[in-house]
Design a binder for this molecule. Structure first.
Ligand SMILES: [Zn+2]
Length: 164
């Protein structure tokens, strides 16, 4: 997804004057599809920046580009936990069905259990960072930007309310 830079950028012409492209001057509206796509890509829901994770499990406090405070309220990450639980249990359910079909009636129950356990361990760990950014996106869709979010004003879309 193309990200619009927050500053007035233009092309340098032969006469060395900077011209402003009005299309690039304002960030795009925070529509629900845009928010969710950014969340799924482990990006900031406000500006689309990556680099939100210092390590796989360690998310920064504020987006390095727009300043958005990712943990908006105390207890914010309970939503990410919920998303991760739903996705992980869904993956385990799929693994159980697939393992049952693949091993029925004469297959190895041990192999089936090993696959199911592997899914139950790997999926929550692998999905952990995505669950956080997706939850940030959903939270932002439900609760539009506020002054407490510490977002650089250049990254706040012209519409004060979230567009749907
Ligand atoms: Zn950002």
């Amino acid at each position: 997804m193309a990200v619009t830079p927050p500053i007035l950028v233009g092309e340098r012409r032969a006469n060395y004057r900077w011209t402003v492209d009005p299309r690039s001057a304002l960030p795009p509206p925070l529509t629900l599809p845009r928010l969710l796509a950014r969340g799924a890509a482990r990006r900031c829901p406000v500006c689309g920046s990556g680099r939100l994770f210092r390590r796989w499990f360690t998310i920064v406090d504020n987006c390095p580009r727009c300043g958005f405070r990712l943990e908006r309220i105390e207890g914010h990450w309970i939503g990410a936990l919920g998303i991760n639980v739903v996705v992980s249990f869904g993956a385990v359910l799929v693994a159980v069905v697939v393992a049952f079909v693949a091993t029925y009636p004469d297959g190895s129950a041990g192999a089936a259990v090993a696959v199911i356990v592997a899914v139950a361990v790997v999926v929550p760990l692998a999905f952990y960072p995505v669950s956080k950014t997706v939850w940030c996106a959903i939270d932002l869709a439900m609760r539009p930007l506020e002054p407490d979010d510490e977002v650089d004003p250049r990254w706040i879309p012209p519409a004060t309310r979230l567009e749907r």
